[in-house]
Design a protein around this ligand. Structure first.
Ligand code: GLU
Length: 418
């Protein structure tokens, strides 16, 4: 029996709808569907955090391993007040399918600590990271489970994870990816997710006949993924006409100067108030007149309330699970093409894999080499998904999920556990 969720919005159940649909299309038996719609191992840990004022805040953290048929578990760790168990399960499942779609030898996992890291100082953040790492360290390992950055976590946090793990088990740089370059991180990892998104847009536009020269792009989210995608998409001849983040949104139909916007954001903490544009809300940016929309923030940004108003021709899911199931169906009815998260944002974990490979070989590749490898992985994955969608007359999300589920099912069968 699959576990029930206590009412309300249940991200894991939404992801499982797509997984179940793929199992059905592939004709897989129900017991296999049940394996794929539940997780292998979940640990939930208490993190008592000593605050700078001497008080203790008790936090909760999770590491969820979804499926390991294709290799060690792989996936990021997020620090967010809404990183609930259902959310982390959903993201762990997406990692299984994401790694399979780009053909990495990994299974899927995700971690989360329910906390708003903006309320912590640097020392508290470090202590939280060390405690959480040691609490989940029993299920980690270079060949077992390899964390990485996700929402609100970064290279510095990965360095603390590596150090905390190493203090107990001996130095092993391949235990975590997305590390600072000085500590064995890969050149190109920081921008990899955004770069992969842009690689996919180039391929999709070509196959779908969308002219890129002068194409108007709106980006929701201006963190690591959104800002790198914004910079790199200019190289395709597109212009970025709208950007939003937690502070609000900015719109300029002539195209925003991304370097200037980045400088403004660094100084003011968000895009709001940037002078060379009109002020807007997050929703204005999601529903503005544009050709390509890139949701690059949190889950469910496009939902039953605003999906009807989306005007883009192509939606590229740079975030994980940015569309609710209802919104996904609505966009499909409107004839909008959606490139699903497990394909669109797989560039991050792809360069994580390249980092892991370099760590194991104790060797360093040039940034050009990394970017070329990334480009060819994304191009091949797009080609396979697009061809499957055309051959089987399926939306890209179902096509991507069918390809991934078939690969994981094949690995599980070869191992002898289904
Ligand atoms: N957190 C990123 C994702 O959702 C990267 C995961 C990784 O590199 O392992 O894909």
């Amino acid at each position: 029996m699959l576990e029930e969720h206590g009412g309300g919005h249940d991200p894991f159940a939404e992801v499982n709808e797509t997984v179940s649909r793929a199992c059905e299309i592939l004709g897989l038996p129900d017991d296999v569907r049940q394996i794929f719609c539940s997780t292998y191992r979940e640990i939930s840990v208490q993190i008592p955090l000593r605050r700078s004022d001497g008080s203790i805040t008790v936090l909760r953290g999770y590491r969820v391993q979804h499926n390991g048929a294709r290799g060690p578990y792989k996936g990021g760790i997020r620090y967010h007040p809404e990183a609930s168990l259902s959310d982390v399960r959903a993201m762990a499942s997406l990692m299984t399918w994401k790694c399979a779609i780009v053909n990495l030898p990994y299974g899927g996992a995700k971690g989360g600590v329910m906390v708003d890291p903006h309320l912590l100082n640097e020392g508290e953040l470090e202590q939280l990271t060390r405690r959480f790492t040691l609490a989940i360290s029993y299920v980690l390992g270079v060949n077992r489970d390899i964390p990485a950055p996700d929402v609100n976590t970064n290279a510095q946090i990965m360095a603390w994870i590596m150090d905390a793990y190493g203090s107990r088990y001996g130095h092993q740089p391949g235990i975590v990816t997305g590390k600072p370059v000085e500590l064995g991180g890969s050149l190109g990892r920081e921008a990899a997710t955004g770069r992969g998104v842009v690689n996919i847009i180039a391929e999709a536009a070509n196959d779908l006949g969308i002219p890129l020269d002068g194409a108007r792009v709106a980006i929701q989210g201006f963190g690591n993924v959104g800002s790198n995608a914004a910079k790199l998409i200019l190289e395709l001849g597109c212009k970025v006409v709208g950007v939003s983040d937690a502070s609000g949104g900015v719109i300029n139909s002539n195209g925003l100067d991304i370097d200037a916007l980045l400088a403004w954001t660094a100084e003011h903490g968000g895009v709001a108030g940037y002078p060379e544009a009109d002020n807007a809300t997050n929703n204005d940016v999601l529903t503005m007149d544009c050709d390509i929309l890139i949701p690059a923030a949190l889950a469910q940004a496009i939902n039953d309330d605003n999906a009807e108003d989306v005007k883009a021709r192509l939606v590229v899911e740079a975030a994980n699970h940015p569309l609710s199931s209802g919104a996904d169906a609505l966009l499909q009815d409107k004839g909008i093409t959606v490139v699903p998260d497990i394909l669109a944002n797989a560039g991050g974990v792809t360069v994580s894999y390249l980092e892991w490979v370099q760590n194991i070989q104790q060797y360093r590749w040039t940034e050009d080499h990394v970017n070329r490898e990334l480009g060819s992985v994304m191009k091949r994955a797009w080609g396979e998904v697009h061809a499957y969608a055309v051959d089987h007359k399926l939306p890209l999300r179902d096509a991507a999920m069918c390809l991934s589920v078939a690969r994981v099912a094949r690995a599980a069968k070869l191992r002898g556990y289904i």
